[in-house]
Write a protein that binds this ligand. Structure first.
Ligand SMILES: NC(=O)c1ccc[n+]([C@@H]2O[C@H](COP(=O)([O-])OP(=O)(O)OC[C@H]3O[C@@H](n4cnc5c(N)ncnc54)[C@H](O)[C@@H]3O)[C@@H](O)[C@H]2O)c1
Length: 485
């Protein structure tokens, strides 16, 4: 029987990724799209997008507004649709501030949910409570699914990525055989996202004006990659890894960004039209209230206060972009000159070092000759006289021929397809099942707590327990002087 799917939120992400994936599984009779939930005003857009993707029209459940009453009505209508047409799977691809009602519905109605990252988001008032709400949300949704016959999966693309799977296997084998953990980890991701100064106020897609930014946009993938690689330590060393994670951040806001790239730069490139307001005093004040553009997270995983693993996670939006135009494109997702770069370094004591570099191609319009090809490179250096193997090995992965014929699929696209396919067919336990995201979400929470503390003039440090499931978030703020010397 084809799995009956309802898609919640047909925005940029769903249109670019889920509709083609749904098209494939519908053609193979593995799934049927029975409904789409979105804001009523988006009905024409939804109908057009389904038509263009070659999908049959589906029931449209339109919310008359985004207020809680309209949301509750939509869930009642969703239950009716399930009773009349059937629904075994919900893809939740709305703004992350609206993920929770749908996740709750899925758990209570025993419907499997595939949800986009981040699990949840909220307007940040820079209080510790707002930051900790991210962990509260995770715990309450995890607990609801623990009592449901259904499951929740977060769509993260690194955990099923051929290159990262290979890298993690190598790290796991060394940790398991020699009892040496990952002692250092750096994950760096630049998502060159050039928001022009006035766009921090106007953007609704990947917004900053609600007090959150890079980390709850693409940053979740980078935090999750770090947590997933660190889970090698937990698997290989079991309870012997660490009992506490200490976290410290530095971050930049749009107000810092206005200082980094001043108005003269826009004027110099002929891009400064109508750009006075963001640089005014009122504009700068507003920019201070926005979410982060760049963040540097330092962490140390400690056992009995002794450092076992040290590392950092860097998420940068102020990095190379190919944007060279004043007006924001209609498609703020793909056509905005965004360029991603990713690099990882891992040390396992004195036994092994690994460097991973994910070279992404530049957009075709910015690099017509294709001078920057896509290559995913893993370089492994070993103390081979002690642990065997080659002292140096290099693994290069390149994109695969497209599953849809013609062209190639990036490794990320292939990973998304694998995760989606596994979710549709229910084959095996999902590598990205909700309950496996605890460390990622606690790191994310701690980073937000640190950034909030910094905004209130406090030391941007906190810590949280790891290793044992904690019943409730109990992030412990730290002062500069409280660490053991
Ligand atoms: N690579 C990735 O993993 C990746 C990339 C981009 C976006 N995302 C995630 O995908 C999700 C959607 O992002 P997007 O860029 O498509 O956003 P978007 O704003 O373009 O689309 C969101 C859609 O949800 C609809 N919507 C809003 N409130 C709703 C509600 N209460 N009920 C039903 N529908 C509602 C909107 O009308 C819109 O059509 C987000 O969680 C985002 O973080 C993931």
């Amino acid at each position: 029987m084809p799995k009956k799917i309802v898609l919640v939120g047909l925005g940029f992400h769903a249109r670019h990724h889920y509709l083609p994936l749904l098209g494939d599984v519908v053609r193979r009779h593995e799934a049927q799209l029975v409904g789409v939930v979105d804001i009523e005003d988006r009905r024409p857009h939804v109908e057009k997008a389904l038509r263009e993707a070659g999908l049959a029209p589906a029931h449209f459940l339109g919310l008359r507004s985004v207020d809680p009453l309209a949301q509750a009505e939509a869930l009642t209508r969703l239950s009716r649709l399930k009773a009349e047409q059937g629904c075994d799977g919900l893809i939740v691809s709305t703004d992350p501030r609206n993920h929770l009602p749908y996740l709750t519905w899925g758990a209570l109605e025993d419907v499997d949910v595939l949800v986009d990252k981040p699990l949840s988001a909220l307007a940040m008032d820079f209080s510790p409570e707002a930051a900790r709400k991210l962990t509260d949300d995770f715990q309450s949704i995890r607990d609801l699914f623990a009592h449901s016959t259904a499951s929740a999966t977060i769509m993260v693309t690194r955990r099923a990525h051929d290159g990262y799977l290979m890298a993690r296997r190598i790290l796991h084998d060394v940790a398991a055989e020699f009892g040496v953990p990952i002692t250092f980890l750096n994950t760096y991701h630049a998502n060159g996202y050039w928001n022009f100064p006035d766009e921090f106020r106007s953007r609704e897609n990947h917004p900053y004006k609600y007090g959150f930014g890079a980390l709850l946009h693409g940053g979740y993938h980078v935090v999750d990659l770090a947590a997933w690689l660190l889970s090698v330590n937990k698997e290989a060393l079991q309870d012997d890894w660490a009992d506490r994670m200490e976290v410290l951040t530095q971050h930049a806001t749009p107000d810092d960004f206005l200082e980094q790239i001043p108005q003269a730069v826009y004027d110099r490139f002929g891009l400064g039209r109508e750009m006075q307001a963001p640089f005014s005093q009122a504009g700068r004040y507003f920019a201070q209230s926005c979410g982060e553009t760049d963040v540097n997270i330092s962490f140390s995983a400690r056992r009995d206060e002794r450092v076992i693993t040290m590392g950092s996670i860097q998420v940068m939006e102020t990095a190379l972009s190919t944007r060279a135009w004043r007006n924001l494109s209609e498609d703020t997702y793909k056509d905005n000159g965004r360029h991603s770069q990713e690099r990882i370094t891992v040390h396992m004591g004195h036994l092994l070092t690994m460097h991973i570099e994910d070279y992404r191609p530049l957009p075709r319009d910015a690099d017509p000759q294709g001078l920057a090809p896509a290559r995913f490179v893993i370089r492994v250096l070993r103390n081979s006289r002690l642990i065997g193997g080659e002292p140096y090995s290099e693994h290069v992965l390149t994109p695969h021929p497209s599953a849809q014929g013609g062209g190639t699929d990036s490794l990320t696209e292939r990973s998304r397809r694998k995760t989606f396919q596994r979710w549709i067919t229910g084959a095996g336990r999902a590598a990205a099942a909700l309950e496996t995201h605890e460390l990622s979400i606690r790191l994310l929470t701690a980073a937000h707590e640190c950034m909030s503390r910094r905004r209130r003039g406090l030391a941007p440090m906190t810590s949280f327990p790891i290793g044992t499931p904690a019943p409730s978030p109990e992030a412990k703020p730290m002062s500069w002087g409280s660490a053991r010397v």
